[in-house]
Design a protein around this ligand. Structure first.
Ligand code: ADP
Length: 426
């Protein structure tokens, strides 16, 4: 049985599947674990992604969980570690990207690493150290209104420097354009200046593929999912191996969507699904706070509708409504109430026979996967950049459950419909 050569630590669930998706496309067989497993890995894989829910927890806890994941991955044989965060660099000045990077470098005895959230397939590009979301700078994008990690500075060298004890520098586009040789020269310069973490400019998949060999042998890389397309080649795998690596069991069961993301993209997807005649049930955080049995209402609503096609249960709301709820309940309480409710709805839907489930939102996905008791996912074919179908066999669905865990900002307006169409074709 092959041992995983690449060991990845992702700071949320959708981020983990996003990374796994790119590694599968590059030809790696990938298993994603939910949290750090108790025992050894018992199936073949070229890479393992340990999905944590550490993006917005206190930094010390994020560090402890990440170190535990690192230790497990190294015990499975991983030669290189990959710390995966969001392509919009979601973090607060207290972390957790900087503190976790520091701790992993300390544990690995690593004196240089990179930080590269670029994900050109989804419009995340880095130029002169500034992160763009589509055509907008990060701080001008919808991320400025994120419920938990609002991003108000687009200069990643500055953002990261505020979070790490190490000196941060930049491998700029001129060096990246010259490929691994140019990057190696720039790294040597930065090392001389005492830099230990370098933000990497990248605006295209071609650059990320070409840069791949520059990261070979680094004990640790830190990034979004984009640089993953250049890594499988370092382990002797190629893109042509991707179709075999992505095969999943046949889909079964009823169809549902659970959405807790309030991103611009998810708001558009919810609107599109309903405008196209899809049935949706909206969850209101204020009703949850008042103690109403919203889970029971949502499940009773869904029951007769499920046989007719996918149903949508959503807390997704526009920024004004989110701010209003947060103003009344506090940011954390509003988020936690909604996550708990959507997790309860998810469990009920699976008990009602849902076997194909789309979840929108990183934190939301984490809560849903946890409530289903899923500890491991096999990663399958891509629906949209960053979002693959996955397969699991939780106790609640012993015959198997197909899951798509969508990070808030990902997917086009028809994503929910496209996801099920994709499964029909598979
Ligand atoms: P994304 O992937 O878009 O960041 P997440 O699920 O990670 O989505 O985060 C969205 C957060 O917003 C969650 O904590 C969720 O519970 C919370 N939330 C969802 N709907 C509402 C709402 N209507 N009001 C306030 N908070 C909400």
């Amino acid at each position: 049985m092959s041992k995983p050569a690449l060991g990845c630590i992702a700071d949320d669930f959708t981020g983990a599947t996003d990374l796994a998706n790119n590694l599968v496309r590059g030809g790696m067989r990938v298993v994603q674990t939910i949290g750090v497993p108790d025992g050894p890995l018992d199936e073949p894989a070229d890479a393992v992604v340990v999905a944590l829910k550490s993006r917005t927890i206190p930094a010390a806890e994020a560090v402890a969980q990440s170190l535990q994941a690192l230790q497990w991955l190294r015990a499975q044989g991983a030669q290189q570690a990959y710390f995966k965060y969001c392509s919009t660099f979601d973090s607060t000045p207290a972390g957790n990207i900087g503190p976790v990077t520091d701790a992993l470098m300390d544990a690995l005895g690593c004196d240089f690493t990179i930080a590269c959230p670029a994900f050109p397939d989804n419009g995340r590009t880095v130029f002169k150290g500034y992160l763009f979301v589509g055509d907008e700078l990060l701080h001008e994008s919808g991320m400025r209104n994120h419920p938990l990690t609002p991003m108000t500075d687009s200069n990643l060298v500055r953002v990261l420097q505020a979070q790490t004890k190490r000196k941060v520098g930049l491998i700029d586009y001129r060096s990246v354009a010259r490929g691994p040789a140019g990057i190696a020269e720039r790294i040597a310069q930065l090392r001389e200046q005492g830099v230990q973490v370098a933000v990497v400019d990248a605006t295209s998949n071609a650059e990320l593929l070409a840069a791949g060999p520059a990261w070979a042998g680094m004990p640790l890389v830190t990034a979004g999912s984009g640089i993953a397309i250049g890594l499988p080649q370092n382990f002797g795998l190629r893109e042509g191996d991707g179709a075999a690596a992505a095969r999943l069991p046949a889909a079964r069961g009823l169809r549902a969507i659970v959405s807790g993301s309030c991103s611009v993209a998810t708001n558009a997807q919810v609107r599109n699904f309903i405008d196209a005649g899809g049935e949706g049930f909206a969850i209101d955080p204020l009703q949850l706070a008042a103690g109403a049995d919203v889970i029971g209402q949502a499940l009773a609503w869904a029951q007769p509708r499920l046989a007719r096609g996918p149903v949508l249960v959503y807390a997704t709301a526009e920024p004004d409504a989110v701010r209003a709820a947060q103003g009344r309940l506090g940011v954390e309480r509003a988020g936690a109430l909604v996550e708990l409710a959507l997790a309860g709805v998810t469990r009920g839907l699976v008990q009602q026979g849902v076997g194909q489930l789309v979840v929108a939102g990183g934190e939301t996905s984490g809560a849903c996967v946890q409530v289903l008791g899923i500890s491991r996912l096999r990663i399958g074919p891509q629906i949209a950049p960053g979002v693959p179908w996955c397969h699991a066999r939780p106790a609640l669905a012993p015959e198997g459950l197909h899951l798509a865990l969508k990070s808030g900002n990902f997917g086009g307006p028809r994503f929910f419909t496209e996801a099920f169409e994709q499964l029909e074709r598979a």
